[in-house]
Design a protein around this ligand. Structure first.
Ligand SMILES: [Zn+2]
Length: 278
């Protein structure tokens, strides 16, 4: 069933597991994420980034996810990922998204607080929960995200930010990157603990792809309740397609799409199991 993202994350917070938020771009990615979540009996967050708005019919996409969610036994959330424009957020709220991420991380703290609070006020009137970010992720390999400067989240500022914006969950920058790591990942779990001690809203880890399993497990122990996955699923599909076209010069698109869906299943399942923290 379609579920309120805040409720789903509050439950994850109290029971110490994390919910996978998969970035999706089309019907196939949505289907695999929801089908695998149902198979594993875990909640799932379907995340559409503002950057895909030019090529995705947002209202049609939302209707599709809501209809699939309605016949699903596990909670399914529909989340707007990394939105920079107020218009995109209002469009997502109007079309039935259950949460939105406003990314004002490029601004100075005061400005970020000002803009985020404005979004929180609008979203809460519609019963939609809000994620925001302070600090900023750098960009690794194979990423499709905006370049950030890699500033880690300051725990005291995180406390001030949450108190003044009334945001429902917070993306903390602790050293993960958007995309795959180039070299050894340098994740600051002690910093995560400090942030955890300052704020009581669920914390979100962006850049889950390529992060070693033990770091994921420890980050869940230290309060991470939502983990975003984009690049690794994309890579599984793309490498499948590269091999497929080397061996099959003529094919039909329907076959390719169905096979690609299958190629994404193991990687999606791997993350759902890891985050369930059983
Ligand atoms: Zn992100």
């Amino acid at each position: 069933m379609l579920a309120n993202t805040k409720d789903v994350l509050k439950q994850a917070q109290s029971q110490r597991y994390a919910v996978a938020a998969f970035n999706v771009y089309n019907l196939e990615t949505v289907q695999v994420a929801i089908q695998m979540a149902e198979k594993e009996e875990q909640p799932v967050i379907i995340a559409l980034g503002e950057r895909y708005f030019p090529t995705v019919d947002v209202e049609g996409f939302s209707a599709m996810v809501q209809r699939i969610a309605a016949k699903t036994s596990v909670p399914v959330c529909l989340h707007l990922d990394h939105a920079y424009e107020k218009e995109s957020i209002i469009r997502a709220i109007r079309s039935g998204f259950t949460s939105v991420m406003y990314d004002g991380s490029k601004y100075e703290l005061e400005q970020n607080i000002h803009y985020t609070k404005e979004i929180v006020d609008i979203a809460h009137m519609a019963g939609v929960s809000v994620e925001a970010e302070i600090g900023s992720l750098a960009r690794g390999a194979f990423s499709d995200e905006e370049e950030g400067n890699g500033t880690l989240t300051d725990p005291k500022l995180a406390k001030q930010f949450v108190a003044e914006t009334n945001v429902d969950f917070l993306a903390a920058a602790i050293g993960t990157v958007h995309g795959m790591y180039q070299g050894e990942p340098n994740i600051n779990l002690a910093l995560l603990e400090e942030i955890r001690n300052e704020v009581d809203v669920p914390l979100v880890l962006h850049g889950g792809s390529g992060t070693p399993d033990d770091i994921i497990k420890n980050s869940i122990k230290s309060g991470i309740c939502k983990i975003n996955i984009n690049t690794e699923v994309s890579m599984a599909a793309v490498s499948y397609l590269q091999n497929y076209f080397q061996e099959n010069k003529t094919t039909h698109l329907s076959t390719v799409m169905a096979n690609t869906q299958e190629a994404m299943e193991p990687v999606i399942t791997k993350f759902i199991r890891l985050f369930a923290n059983k």
